[in-house]
Design a protein around this ligand. Structure first.
Ligand code: NAD
Length: 324
């Protein structure tokens, strides 16, 4: 079974030029054919081989026009301002993260859209949430505008499902590690930056301190998880706010040590900045049993395999001069 049931329909990826969007657009194109995947972003310059459109998701009229024009039946809504960037401009983060989601949910209610994916984040948890193996249901007191917007977003998703039957599905992503595109301003970005610095300079100055455990996930697992969630029969999706999703949990020193297995001279220093207090308010690991039980979530990469694959992929780019 494919994500889209009808050959004439298309899926719309909003925020397609971002860290997740690029990989997801590629994966969906492989499944459905690039002509059935519409890559939308506020930024120009998409690399997608199928249709690309410039869209501000806060502009509902344009969103509806694109849905109509391309006969979109499924939306992957990824456009957001992430945790660290959100703290620089809280009003803007709230506006984009809320208005964008509400426009997409309204499209689910008013148009031909029959399935929506929207990612939440571990940022919905806060200083009073249990830190280790944070359960699906627990205290949630986020203290960043990003976390507040994601928690409110989760409540809206559940509301639209219960009140209007909108088939919206969501996961709480941990920090995502990828080689295809750079991260977009989150607190876990160090876990991507470190690879580039290790290969270019043999050293890295980390903005989080040693011992800061955070949940993380390698992008291939994240993409497989999105596709699997979206293919699951509707009655198996029992959580309509957002599923906890775990994978890896490590601290910067452990990641540095795993990199040293391949680059023995690699050196890490720690100069924590404002992102340390954000990280300190987040879980260190996640209990994702409900996702495993309900729709078969099953990550495949451990720390060693992830590091080996990241270095392999980036070294290949380095050789072909594409490492930026
Ligand atoms: P990103 O910042 O890399 O990409 C977001 C994309 O959205 C960018 O290409 C940007 O140009 C686009 N965009 C911004 N404003 C827009 C607008 N008004 N209209 C249309 N497009 C717009 O983010 P990402 O890392 O790919 O994250 C995607 C989603 O996943 C977000 O909702 C984020 O909160 C969530 N998430 C990401 C992570 C992570 O580690 N990357 C972790 C948890 C949750």
């Amino acid at each position: 079974m494919t994500v889209s049931q009808k050959n004439t329909s298309s899926v719309l990826v909003i925020g397609a030029s971002g860290q997740i969007g690029q990989d997801l657009t590629t994966a969906l194109s492989r499944e459905l054919g690039p002509e059935h995947v519409i890559a939308a972003d506020i930024r120009e310059g998409s690399t997608h081989s199928g249709p690309s459109v410039q869209l501000d998701v806060c502009d509902r009229k344009s969103l509806y026009q694109i849905i109509d024009q391309y006969q979109v039946d499924t939306i992957y809504h990824l456009a957001a301002i992430l945790s660290a960037k959100g703290e620089q401009d809280p009003q803007l983060a709230w506006q984009l993260n809320m208005d964008g989601l509400l426009n997409v949910l309204e499209a689910g209610r008013e148009t031909r859209i029959n399935r929506i994916f929207w990612p939440s984040s571990i940022a919905v948890f806060g200083p009073n949430s249990p830190r280790d193996k944070t359960p699906q249901h627990s205290i949630m007191d986020p203290n960043t505008v990003y976390g507040i917007s994601k928690l409110a977003g989760e409540r809206w998703c559940e509301y639209y499902h219960q009140k209007y039957g909108v088939d919206v599905r969501s996961v709480r992503f941990p920090g995502l590690i990828s080689y295809e595109s750079p991260p977009g301003g989150g607190t876990t970005d160090y876990a991507v930056e470190i690879f580039y610095s290790a290969l270019r300079e043999g050293k890295y100055t980390c903005f989080l301190q040693a011992g800061t455990y955070l949940p993380m996930l390698y992008m291939p697992d994240a993409i497989a998880g999105i596709l699997s969630l979206m293919k699951a029969p509707s009655d198996q999706i029992r959580v309509r706010s957002s599923y906890n999703m775990g994978g890896l949990s490590f601290e910067p020193g452990e990641l540095a040590q795993a990199i040293r297995q391949h680059l023995p001279d690699f050196n890490i220093q720690y100069v924590p900045d404002f992102r340390q207090s954000i990280a300190d308010s987040w879980p260190s690991s996640i209990d994702d049993q409900e996702a495993k039980t309900d729709w078969g979530w099953s990550p495949t990469y451990d720390l060693e395999r992830m590091v080996q694959d990241m270095l392999h992929q980036l070294q290949a780019r380095h050789t072909s001069q594409q490492l930026v």
